[in-house]
Design a protein around this ligand. Structure first.
Ligand code: IPE
Ligand code: IPE
Ligand code: MG
Length: 248
């Protein structure tokens, strides 16, 4: 059994042979982090983007198979236009860098969400990133962008209905597994662990279908302050849980 622990910082031991396959993170708290420092909210988003880089790299080093992050929700358009635009600009910068370093990192990236309302150049960049990284299988990072769990379910229902109308599917034979194939997450196992920094005790429309049996881990640490040790703490908490799936 392999264990990972760090000197100095007290981190519970994590069994690297028994990691969850899929970890999902609601990257929340950027605004509060900035406010606490007397900075504009966009400075919090910039710091949050750095944390994402660190945590995605660490997830790959640990050997996680899938990491899914909530970057922008279908409800986040309600924010002031300059905040939305600063988030999109950060994403663009990140993707340009990711394309540069992809051959080294071997991370496979996918976007979950409706990319149609994004600026055409950003949409094209997302598709290019997905396309280039298809060949890699190190760790799959799914970025939820203009993502909403309800929106995803409605889209899936529409796509299924269309298949029925066109004679490719039959409502009488629809199974949970077949329905999963209509979601953005098609082919990816459900998240085992959902982490929410910043202390809010809600899902905020994240992975409504997929998180049905996920374990939850909430911490008061704000996302820009979320460290590798915090991820290890979440993994250790996960390993101490008993998952029963309705059984005994
Ligand atoms: C998460 O941080 C980033 C996005 C939702 C895009 P917030 O911006 O929601 O930070 P708080 O919740 O206001 O602190
Ligand atoms: C959830 O955070 C969305 C993302 C982290 C992208 P929010 O800050 O939007 O969630 P609420 O508004 O607190 O529920
Ligand atoms: Mg928030």
């Amino acid at each position: 059994m392999a264990f990972f622990s760090r000197r100095r910082v007290q981190v519970p031991k994590v069994d690297l042979e028994d990691l969850p396959r899929h970890v999902a993170i609601i990257m929340d708290g950027n605004g509060r982090w900035a406010k606490g420092r007397g900075l504009p909210r966009k400075a919090g988003h910039a710091a949050g983007a750095e944390t994402f880089r660190t945590i995605a790299t660490f997830a790959k080093e640990l050997g996680l198979e899938y990491l899914t992050v909530y970057a922008f929700s279908t409800e986040n358009w309600k924010r002031p236009a300059d905040e939305v635009s600063s988030i999109m600009t950060l994403l663009e910068k990140y993707l340009h860098e990711a394309i540069e370093t992809m051959a080294r990192d071997k991370v496979k990236m996918a976007f979950w969400g409706d990319l149609a309302p994004l600026a055409p150049h950003l949409r094209a960049l997302c598709r290019e990133t997905e396309e280039i990284s298809k060949q890699y299988d190190g760790c799959q990072v799914n970025i939820c962008l203009n993502y909403g769990g309800r929106d995803e379910l409605v889209r899936a229902a529409k796509a299924f209905a269309l298949d029925c109308v066109e004679g490719h599917a039959d409502p009488g034979h629809l199974t949970e597994e077949a329905f999963s194939g209509y979601l953005y997450s098609a082919g990816v196992p459900a998240p085992d662990l959902v982490i929410r920094p910043s202390g809010e005790l809600r899902l905020s429309n994240f992975l409504l279908w997929q998180a049905a049996y996920a374990e939850f881990y909430v911490t008061d640490v704000l996302w820009p302050d979320f460290s590798k040790e915090d991820l290890l703490r979440a993994l250790a908490a996960y390993q101490s849980r008993s998952r029963r799936y309705g059984g005994i």
